[in-house]
Design a protein around this ligand. Sequence first.
Ligand code: NOJ
Length: 947
Amino acid sequence: MASERLGMAALTWMALCLAAAFAVDRSNFKTCEQSSFCKRQRSVKPGSSPYRALLESLQLSQDSMKLQLVNEVNKVPLLLELYGLQGNMTRIKINELSPLRPRYEVPDVLVRDPPTTWLAVMGRDENSVELSLGDSGHKLILTGKPFRMDLLQGRELVLSINPRGLLHFEHLRHRKDSEEPKESALEGGAAGEETEPAVPGEQESSEKSTKSEEVSDEPDRAEEELGSWEETFKTHTDSKPNGPTSVGLDFSLPGFEHVYGIPEHADNLRLRTTEGGDPYRLYNLDVFQYELYNPMALYGSVPLLLAHNTQRTLGIFWLNAAETWVDISSNTAGKTLFGKMLDYMQGGGETPQTDVRWMSESGIIDVFLLLGPAPTDVFRQYTALTGTQALPPLFAVAYHQSRWNYNDEEDVAAVDDGFDTNDIPYDVIWLDIEHTDGKRYFTWDPNKFPQPRNMLGRLAAKRRKMVSIVDPHIKVDSGYRVHNEIRSRGFYVKTKDGSDYEGWCWPGSSGYPDFTNPEMRAWWASMFSYDQYEASMENLYIWNDMNEPSVFNGPEVTMYKDALHQGGWEHRDLHNLYGFYVQMATAQGLEQRSGGLERPFVLSRAFFAGSQRYGAVWTGDNAAEWDHMKISIPMCLSLALTGISFCGADVGGFFKSPDAELLVRWYQVGAYQPFYRTHAHLDTVRREPWLFGEENKALIRAAIRQRYALLPYWYTTFYHSYRSGQPVMRPLWVEYPDDVTTFSIDDQFLIGNALLVHPVTEQGAHGVQVYLPGKGQVWYDVHSHQKHHAPQTLYVPVILSSIPVYQRGGSIVPRKERVRRSSDCMYRDPYTLYVALSPQGTAEGELFIDDGHTYNFESKAQYLHRHFSFASNTLTARSADSKGIFESPAWIERVVILGAGKPAAVFLRQPGMAETRLDFQHEPETSVLTLRKPGVNIGADWSISLR
Ligand code: NOJ
C-alpha cells in the first residue's frame, strides 16, 4: 500500500488534504485582511498624499536625480532616486533617507547595472520640476505638494505615479515599549551588515538619532494596533523583530483598459479589477488543490505588469521579493460595451483608465517603467534587465513522460519499451521522490533502483534521457552525508534564535539550505558533479520541486518569515527569491559537471523575475478537469509575457484520473505548449498512452508526432526568444497590437509569429470558434491546407483527432516529418519547408540549428541560422547570420508551398552549379504545390524558381 512507501510526512500531508473536498482549503492561506501589512496598506485611502517632495533638495547628476520626500505627518524623510535608462526605461527608487538598518534590495535578479542615459531639468516653478529623460522623448513632471509624478510623451500623459496619494512607506523604528532597538539574533545583530548603507556615506549615527527624534509618533500607534510587531495566523506567530516595514505605491494608466502579467495565478490572461475582493497576491506557496479564477498566490511570482492599448504597450516592474499584493481598479470596469459607446457618442465619457497599486511587506520601492511603445519593445526592455529565456537543449523541447512514481528499474524499462512497441516518440522519463533512499536526495533506493547506471545507460543507448527530482528540503539525519555537510558548513537557514531551522516535508524533519548564500550555492552546484551524485550520468537532468519553499507544518505551508538568511536578512525580505536561487544553483551544477560545455535542463516549481535564465517551470498540481486544462493556456501566456517562456502544465492533470477524451485533448493542448510533460499523482491510475485502447493511443501518438515534426520550428523560436527576449508562446495581441478583438483572447495563442493554435478544450466539442487576426491576411489550416481570409471568426467543426492549427500566410515553417524514437534520433533527418504564401505571394521564415546541447553555439559560433524568403515566384535560402558556422548533415527533402498556382516548370539553382529541374506536384483544389527532393544541404545557399 502507498502508506508504507510514503512515510509519515506524506501521510500527514495527504490526510490533511484528502479530508477536505476537492478544493483548496482557503483557511490555510491569508486574505489581505489577515495579512496585517496588506490591511494597513489598504487602509490608506485615495486622497491627498501626506508626502511632499522637497524640491530644494534636488540633486542632479548626469544620469540620475535625487530628492528628498517627507511625510508631513510623521516627518520621516525618504530618498527618491530617478534614473533614465537606455532603451526607453526609467527607474524609480524610494528608500528611507536614513533607515535604522539597511533595507533589503533585491540582488542577482538584474543581469547587470542597467545602462543609464542623461537627465536634464527643463523647467521648474515653486511646486514642480520638469525633467527630460534622455533621448526617449519622455519627460517627467514632479509635483512637490502633494507629491506625484507624471510621465509624458510630448503632450500625452503616459502614466502617473502616486496620483491617488497611496505612497505609504513604513519606516524602520524602535519599538515604543522597548528601550533598545531590537537586534537580529545573528552575531553582530544588524541585518545586512555586509551591505552598503542605502545612501552611501551620508548617514552618521548622530544624524540618525536627530532624525528619529523629529519623528512624530502619532501614526505609529495606529500601526502598532494592527499587528505590526507580532502577527498570528492560525497556530503560527510571526515575531516581527523589525516591526512594520511595508511599502506601497500607486500608478495610473490613462487610456489603458487591458492589463496583464503578475503571474502566478490560476486566472484568465487579462487581469480583472480587484475592487470588492482581494488583491492579486504574489507569495510563493505550495497551494494544495488550487482553485481557478481567483487572485490567490501560487508557486511562483513575477512582479511585472503589462498594460496594452492600440497605441502603446508598457510595463511596470516592481523589483521586490517580499510578499506582495497588487490592487487593480478601473473606471470602465463593469461598463458594458454599449455603455462605453454611449459615453463616447455623448462625448462625455472619461478616458478609460486603469489604476494599479503595489504593496510589499518589506524592502524598498524599486520600480522600472518600461515605456515600450510596442509589445516587442517591452519584452526587449524587460529581458535587458532580467535576462532572456535560456536556450533549452533540444531534447527538453520534446515530449517528457513522468509520473509519481515510476516504481523501479523494471517499471522504467517497461515504460521505455512501451513507447517503442507502440511507435510513439519520447525523449525523457522522470523519477519522482520515491526513487530516493528515504527521500534523501542525491541517493537511490537500494531495492528499487539498485543499478541506476545500467538504467541510465540503457536509456542513453536509445538516445533518451532521465530527469530525477532533487528537492531543497534535506532530511535531518546524522547518517546522511548531504545533511551533515550542510549542517557542519553552517549552510542551513536559521531560526530567529540562530539555530538551524527545521520544518516538516517529505523526508520528515528537514533542514532548508540557505540558497541565498553564494557559498551554499557553489557547494550545492558541486553536488551534481559525477563523483558526488552517485551513478549520475550525462543523460541525467534535474527537477527542483517544493522550492517555494514548501514546509508542511509552516505558516501557509511555507517558512517562518522571521527565519534568518545569510547577512542576517529575514526570510520575509526575500521569500519569493528562494526558488529562483534553488534553480540557479542546480543549473550551475549541471553546467559545471560538464566543465561548462553542456546546457543544463532544470525544471522548477517556484520562480521569480529572471528565472527564465535557469530553465523551465510548470504550473504545479493541477487536476484532471477540463477547466484545469483550459487554464493552462492563460497561465503559460502570463508567464511568457513576463519573460518565462519555457512553461507547461501536467498533461492529463496531476490529481484525479482523466477519462480518455480529456487525456487525448490534453495531449493535443500540450503538444503546442512550450514544455510538454505528462505527470500524475501517486494515487492515480496508470495512464501511459497505450492504456486507453487502440483508437485513443493513435490519437495520442498523432499529437506527440505533431510535436516532433515541429521541433525545428520550436527550437528556432526558442533561439529567437533567447536572443531577443520575445516570448515563444504569445497572446494574439502581441502580434496584432491594434486589433482590440484580440485583447482578451486566451483560449487560443500563437507560437512565434507563424502558427496560431486553438486547441479543443471543451468536453464533447463539435466545433470551435477560431479568431483569425490580421487585416488583409490569410491563414492556412496546417492539416487540410485550406486557406482562410482574415480577420474573421471561423467556426471549425472538430472531431476527436482535431487540433486546429493555422499557419500565417507570409511565413515559412521548417519541419522534420520522419518518425523517430527521440529527438536525438532525428538529428540527421531531412527538412520539409512549409511556405505559406501571403496574398501578395510572399513568405519568410528562419531556421536555427546547432548541436542541440552545448554552449558551442555561443562560445564558438557553431550554429547555422538560415533565412528563407519567397518573392517573385522564387524561394531563396541564405544565411541569416554569417557569424555562425556549422556543418549539419541534414538536407531538404521537400518544399510545400501553400496558396500556389501551378507552374510550368521548377528550377533549383545553387552558386557555381548548373540549374536543375525539380519534380513537383500541384493540387488544384487546395492550391498546394509540393516540390520533391531539392536535396540541398540545409546550410547551403540556393534558390528555387517557379516558372
Ligand atoms: C509536488 C509536485 O508538484 C508534484 O509534481 C510531485 O509529484 C510531488 N510534489 C511529489 O514529488
